[in-house]
Design a protein around this ligand. Structure first.
Ligand SMILES: O=CC(=O)O
Length: 328
C-alpha cells in the first residue's frame, strides 16, 4: 500500500465493465485507465493489470506491453484471449466461471419460450396492426418436452434445472468431462435424474430442444452441422447461448429454410457483433430464427457482481495471492 492506502498499480479497463467494478478499482488502485479515456493507450507502457469482457486485445499489444502481469476477464469463455501470447509473456489470465450461469440459463429458457410460442414474431406482427392474429397463429408448448443439453458445466446444469422445474422437461445430456454430481444433484436440493448419453448423436432423435453449452475450441468448431440437423426431429429447435463458431451457420440456414428443424434461437453468432451487412442475408432473413446480440450475462445484477469479482481477482493476483479461477 502507498501513503493514500492504494495499491501501487495501474489498471486498465479494455472494455465496458459495470460501474461497480470501476468504482472498486478506483478505491483499490493508484491509477485506473478506461478504454474511453484519451490516455488509454498508456496501458501498453504502464498497466500492471487489465480488465476485459468481450474485446479482443490485439496480440501485438499484449506482446508490446511493458508491465502487464494479469489479464482479468469477465465471463467464462476465453476464446477471445490470445492465451499463447499471454503465456509467453508471463501474463496470468483469470476468468469468472459460474457467476453467469443463472443468467445464461434464464436466457436459454426465455429464448426457447419466445421461439416456440412465437413471442417476438407476434409482438412485431401485433405492432404492425395485424388483426385476428391470436386466433390464427399457434405455437408449441414446452411443457413435458425433452431437452438435450450439450455441455454440463455450470451453465448447462442450470439450464437443465430451469427447463425441468419450469416446464417439466425431461433432460438428456452429453458431457464426457462433467463430474458425477452433474448427473445426479441439483443446486437447489433434490435429485435430477438426467439421462446421460455417450455421444451427441444418441440424443438427436429424442430431443425437442437441443441446447449448446460448450466452449469454442478447435475441437468444437463447426461441431453442430448438417449431419446433426438431419438426425433431429422436424419439430426440434436449436438453442445456442454459448459460442457462434460451434454451429455451422450455412448448414443451419439450410436446415431452417428446408424446415429440417423447426427453428433456432441464437445468442451467439460466428461474427459478433452482428454487422449491418449481415442483416438481410442468410439467417437474418428467416422467420424461424430468433437472434439476440450475446446478452446471456447481460443483467444488471450479474454484470455488477462479476465486474467486482474481476477487479478483486486482479488485486489478489497482483499482490501475490492465489485464486481458483486461473486459466491454464
Ligand atoms: O459469453 C460470455 C462468457 O464468456 O461468459
Amino acid at each position: 500500500m502507498t501513503i493514500d492506502n492504494k495499491l501501487p498499480y495501474t489498471v486498465a479497463f479494455a472494455d465496458e465493465l459495470h460501474a461497480d467494478g470501476i468504482a472498486l478499482a478506483r478505491r483499490l488502485f493508484q491509477r485506473v485507465l478506461l478504454h474511453t479515456d484519451p490516455d488509454y493507450r498508456d496501458w501498453i507502457e504502464e498497466a500492471d493489470g487489465i480488465c476485459n469482457r468481450a474485446k479482443v486485445i490485439p496480440t501485438a499489444d499484449l506482446k508490446a506491453s511493458k508491465r502487464l502481469r494479469v489479464l482479468s476477464k469477465q465471463g467464462v469463455g476465453v476464446d477471445t484471449v490470445d492465451l499463447k501470447a499471454c503465456r509467453e509473456k508471463g501474463i496470468t489470465v483469470c476468468n469468472t466461471p459460474g457467476i453467469n450461469a443463472e443468467a445464461v440459463a434464464e436466457l436459454s429458457l426465455g429464448l426457447a419460450l419466445s421461439l416456440s410460442r412465437r413471442i417476438s414474431e407476434l409482438d412485431r406482427r401485433a405492432r404492425a396492426g395485424e388483426v385476428n392474429v391470436a386466433t390464427t397463429v399457434m405455437g408449441h408448448s414446452l411443457f413435458g418436452k425433452t431437452i438435450g443439453i450439450v455441455g454440463m458445466g455450470n451453465i448447462g446444469r442450470q439450464t437443465a434445472e430451469k427447463f425441468k422445474n419450469a416446464c417439466s422437461c425431461s433432460v438428456i445430456a452429453y458431457d464426457p468431462y462433467a463430474p458425477q454430481e452433474a448427473w445426479t444433484a441439483s443446486g437447489k436440493g433434490g435429485a435430477l435424474p438426467h439421462t446421460r448419453v455417450n455421444t451427441i448423436e444418441e440424443m438427436l432423435g429424442e430431443v425437442d430442444i437441443l441446447s449448446l453449452h460448450l466452449p469454442l475450441t478447435p475441437s468444437t468448431k463447426g461441431l453442430v452441422g448438417r449431419a446433426m440437423f438431419d438426425k433431429m426431429k422436424k419439430g426440434a429447435i436449436l438453442l445456442n447461448a454459448s459460442r457462434g463458431g460451434i454451429v455451422d451457420e450455412q448448414a443451419l440456414y439450410e436446415a431452417l429454410k428446408s424446415r429440417t428443424i423447426y427453428g433456432a434461437a441464437l445468442d451467439a453468432l460466428e461474427t459478433e457483433p452482428p454487422t449491418k451487412e449481415a442483416y438481410g442475408t442468410n439467417l437474418y432473413t428467416l422467420p424461424n430464427v430468433l437472434i439476440t446480440p450475446h446478452i446471456g450475462a447481460a443483467t444488471h445484477e450479474i454484470q455488477a457482481l462479476s465486474a467486482r469479482v474481476v477487479v478483486e481477482q486482479l488485486s489478489l493476483l497482483l499482490t501475490g495471492q492465489t485464486i481458483d479461477n486461473i486459466v491454464p
